[in-house]
Design a protein around this ligand. Structure first.
Ligand code: HPA
Length: 268
């Protein structure tokens, strides 16, 4: 089953017909909110707002372990994470979407593993390719179906936040090879890998990163809000397409629904 983690601008999922909400207790504390169960175009998904339903939890205070644990415990097998980013690469203009394929983690002080000290053998999991290829392919297919001009791949710089970056920091991330910068990509992606969830991200550029483009002198909070609203309304259509896809569960097509588009378009 598909789980959707909504970031800034996506604290609720319009079009989701909600069947129930479940408060989950986890060994790692409280998730960002109750897990919402519902249907998108007749297909069961679960939804969680990363920053809480009132958007009150800043990126460095999100309980990533509880969120990922809860989604897994409730039957998710695949996760699409929606995250806003600042565009570093010249092609990642505000309003454009990307499906990153690499991460550099600049965060600190976050709980980064489910491994408990002294309880089990230490394991070093492979994380060469941090996103699940199958889930990335589904995201790219869904974006194609909705006519999005998406950036294929790219390196996501995960930063601590909640402040935005300095120009010198962005110049450094660019030299490191980063194409976009966001505050929530890690440790979320790694925890998903550790627990065995197939995880990918749709990154939405909502501003030029500090020192780039029209953020040369400052980043306008107002224009971020405008972009967030516009871009997330498009992301909602992409999520409906994603909900239609096969996650190893029984997939039924709602006649006349957006999923009813034929096998050639429905899959890669
Ligand atoms: N920096 C970090 N995170 C972000 C940005 C940014 O410029 N825009 C949206 N999320």
């Amino acid at each position: 089953m598909l789980a959707i983690i909504g970031g800034s601008g996506l604290t609720k999922l319009e079009g989701l017909s909600i069947t129930r909400r479940q408060v989950i207790r986890t060994p790692y504390g409280e998730p960002s909110g109750a897990i919402t169960f519902g249907e998108l175009d007749g297909h069961e998904v679960i939804f969680l707002a990363r920053h809480g339903y009132g958007h009150t939890i800043p990126p460095h205070r999100v309980n990533y372990r509880a969120n990922i644990w809860a989604l897994h415990a409730e039957g998710a097998t695949h996760v699409v994470s929606v995250a806003s980013v600042g565009g570093i690469h010249a092609d990642l203009t505000p309003g454009r979407l990307a499906v990153p394929d690499q991460i550099i983690d600049y965060t600190h002080g976050r709980e980064t593993t489910f491994q408990a000290y002294g309880e089990e053998q230490v394991t070093h999991l492979d994380f060469t390719w941090p996103y699940c290829p199958g889930m990335r392919e589904r995201c790219l297919a869904a974006l194609r179906q909705t006519g999005e001009d998406v950036m294929h791949g790219g390196t996501y710089a995960a930063v601590q936040g909640p402040r935005l970056e300095t120009k010198a920091e962005i110049d450094r991330y660019a030299r490191d090879g980063a194409d976009m910068v966001g505050m929530t990509g890690m440790p979320e992606a790694y925890l998903a890998r550790e627990i065995g969830l197939c995880y990918a991200a749709i990154a939405a550029s909502v501003n030029w990163a500090a020192g780039r483009g029209d953020s040369a002198t400052e980043i306008s909070a107002n224009s971020i809000d405008v972009q967030l609203e516009q871009v997330m309304s498009r992301v909602r259509n992409v999520l409906v397409r994603l909900a239609c896809m096969d996650y190893g569960d029984v997939v039924t097509t709602t006649p006349g629904g957006v999923c009813d588009i034929g096998p050639a378009d429905a899959q890669e």
